[in-house]
Design a protein around this ligand. Sequence first.
Ligand code: DP6
Length: 360
Amino acid sequence: MTEQDFIPELYSKSLESGSISWESPSNIALVKYWGKKENQMPQNPSISFTLDNCKTITTLDFVKKKNEEDGFSFDVYLDGEKKEDFKPKIETFFKRIEVYVPFLKDYHFVIETSNTFPHSSGIASSASGMSALAMCLMSIEKQLNSKMDGDYLNKKASFLARLGSGSACRSIEGDLIVWGYHNDIEGSSDLFGVKYPYEVHENFKNYQDTILLVDKGEKQVSSTVGHNLMHHHPFASQRFAQANENLTKLIQIFKSGDVYAFIEIVESEALTLHAMMMTSLPYFILMKPNTLEIINKIWEFRQDTGLPVSFTLDAGANVHVLYPEKDAKPILEFIKNELVAYCQNGHYICDKIGFGAKQL
Ligand code: DP6
C-alpha cells in the first residue's frame, strides 16, 4: 500500500453531528524505534507488546460548522479540564492528516480524554492518546463510507496514529505489532503497524509487564528531539542495521519459545536506546540512579533463581519488568520485596499483553 491508498474518494453519506468513544492502550517496544525520516517514517523497524491496563479513553463529539470559516475548530479536555496546552500537538496532527481526513474542517470537535495511569507518571500518553483519537476519526469516516472493511479501517487508523506519534501506530491492535519495513516480515510497512504474522510460542502469550515508576517528572528531553539527534549520530547506521538483525533473530526466538535468548535481545535493545542518547550531540541521560539499582537487582535475582525476569526501558527513567505469566508469583514477590523501594512513592503499575483499541 502507499499513502495514496489512504486518501478517500467522495463520501456517499453526510453527517450533521455525533459522538464516538474509544479506548486505546499504550505499548512497550522490544526492538526500539529511535530515529525517523520525513513524514514520521521510521529509520528502522520496531516490534512491541501492546499493553492492557495503561490506556487512554477518548470521546469525540462533533457538530457540523455553520459558517465556512477556514481552520480547525476544536477544544480538548483532560479529566474534564480544558487543556489549552494540548492544542498545538493536536493542531499539528490535524495538519498532517488533513489530506487523508478531508472532513476535519467541516466540524467543530470536542475531544474529551482521560488516562488510566496518572498523567504525571512519566508513562507517555502519546501512543494511547493518538491511537484513541485516530480510532474516533476512523469511526466517523466509517459512518460516511459504510463500505469500508475492518482491515482497511485498522490500517488507516494505524497510519493516522503514526502521523500523530510514531509509536502510536503500534497501539491499534495486539498482541505483538511490527512497524517498519523488514525484509523477512511479510506485510510489514513503514506506513503503519501490522500484527506479527508468524508463529509465537506459548511462553510469549500473556507476558506480564510491571512498570516501576522511578521518576514521574517531565522528561528533560522529548522523544521528538531525541529522534532528531539520530540524524548526525556517529553510530546511526550501525544502530539501524542492528535493529533489523534483532528483529530477524526474534522470529526464530518467538517460534522456539527461548525466553533467555529473548531476554538478551530485549535488554540489549533497551540499553542501546539509552546508549544512543548518551552518544548523541548534545548528549543526555534519562536513566536515574534507581533505574540502575533496579537493573542490577534484576540481574542478581535472575542469576540466583534462574527465573526469566528481564527489563526494558522507554525514553525515560521508569523500568518495565517483563516476565512470563507462569512465573508471576515469585517474580511479583521479588518486585514487592526488593524493587518497589526504588520507585517514587513506592508506585508501580501491573500490566500485561493486551489486544488493542476497543470502541465503547
Ligand atoms: C523510546 O513515538 O514518542 O518509546 O514519533 O516523535 O512521537 P514521536 O516519538 P515516539 O517515540 C517512542 C520512542 C521509544 C521507543 C519505541 O516506542 O519504539
